[in-house]
Design a protein around this ligand. Structure first.
Ligand code: 13P
Ligand code: SF4
Length: 356
């Protein structure tokens, strides 16, 4: 099971922004803002497509207004299925870009176009393209958390909910895989499938902070708790998991497992949905502090935190944060994304299976 880290030039450190300090709204102000946003959505023929890591108020509003709250695979599907002419994506830029690539005729807005992702930033298209050129005998599989240009250079796009079955399928057919950009997810997939993989050296700044040593201590304090881990976490954290999966798969585990307590190693935004589907369960954030820690509890994506009721309302008024993708690039990026969606549909993978 060979693994190799590509010879890449060292990238300059990514600047991680502080969490934005949104002025707090009273309950009345919040309710009034939500009512105005619902009116604007109707007036603009727009629908909200929100990720589980965004603020709970946004997730609630997306549900109340007929939009969706989902993982990145389902967000891509919902946008394509929706009849609305404008998709307002509350999440990070690759999610907005994917929505635009799949729906070039629709207008795609985001509360703040600066909301990026460390995986996307850590995989510049030119360096990635050179890496692919150096390994022409490999099938290129990229995580959805990448730019349109990187997707356009790939054979397949995957999200965390589909990475394992897809790579297992390709390995069975004898493909050697070039994987980018998340090294932790790549290692997990490699270990689980035995696929021959070359793995790019990227990481999520949120999940990388979960500490295996501190997690062991929390597990000792809660011996009956099930441990739920998103596979962007370090290998030693993944090794301690009872369930490893995408955001949707982790939410399902909270609802379905008999345990009363859960230790959760993913972005804290997910607790809103977990509380909603399983109000009686006890949710314990996995530690980001302990030996080797660099922050107290930083399990919240600074770019997801750029989405708020205030700038959502603003963009619905101004329309100035529109996601644009070069049409020719978008056409090329669409091919591997559509392959993923077709594979998911054929295999019945993802949230839609429950609805079918
Ligand atoms: P999911 O596809 O599991 O929702 O993950 C997206 C993401 O960015 C996780 O950090
Ligand atoms: Fe990217 Fe990590 Fe934020 Fe997800 S949580 S958007 S992988 S930086």
């Amino acid at each position: 099971m060979p693994s190799a880290t590509p010879d890449q030039p060292t990238r300059p450190g990514l600047e991680i922004p502080p969490h934005p300090a949104w002025p707090s709204l009273s309950d009345d102000e919040k309710a009034a803002t939500k009512t105005r946003i619902k009116g604007l959505l109707q007036a603009r023929d727009a629908v909200l497509v929100a990720h589980y890591y965004t603020d709970g108020d946004l997730q609630a509003l997306a549900e109340e207004s007929g939009g969706c709250v989902a993982d990145s695979l389902e967000m891509a599907r919902f946008g394509a299925d929706s009849a609305a002419g404008t998709l307002v994506v509350c999440g990070v830029r690759f999610m907005g870009e994917t929505a635009k690539i799949l729906n070039p005729e629709k207008r795609v807005l985001m509360p703040d176009l600066r909301a990026t992702c460390s995986l996307d930033e850590g995989c510049p298209a030119d360096e990635f393209s050179a890496f692919c050129d150096a390994h022409p005998d490999h099938t290129v599989v990229v995580y959805a958390n990448t730019s349109a240009a990187v997707k356009a250079r790939s054979d397949w796009v995957v999200t965390s909910s589909i990475a394992l079955p897809l790579v297992a399928h390709l390995a069975e057919q004898g493909h050697k895989i070039l994987w980018a950009p998340d090294k932790h997810l790549g290692h997990y997939v490699q270990r689980m499938t035995g696929a021959e993989m070359l793995i790019w050296d990227g990481a999520c700044v949120v999940h990388e902070e979960f500490k295996a040593f501190a997690l062991e201590r929390v597990r000792r304090l809660h011996p009956d708790a099930a441990v739920l881990v998103h596979p962007e976490s370090p290998d030693e954290v993944v090794d301690q998991a009872d369930v490893v999966g995408s955001t949707t798969q982790l939410i399902k585990a909270v609802a379905e497992l008999p345990n009363r307590e859960f230790i959760v190693a993913t972005d804290a935004g997910i607790f809103w949905k977990m509380h909603q589907v399983a109000p009686d369960k006890v949710l314990i954030p996995a530690p980001t502090a302990g030996e080797g820690a660099t922050c107290e509890s930083c399990a919240h994506c600074p770019w997801m935190a750029m989405n708020a009721l205030q700038n959502l309302e603003r963009v619905l008024v101004t329309g100035d944060q529109e996601v644009l993708v070069d049409p020719e690039l978008g056409e090329r990026a669409r091919v591997p994304i559509q392959r993923m969606l077709d594979f998911a549909r054929e295999r019945g993978i993802g949230a839609r299976r429950d609805a079918d």
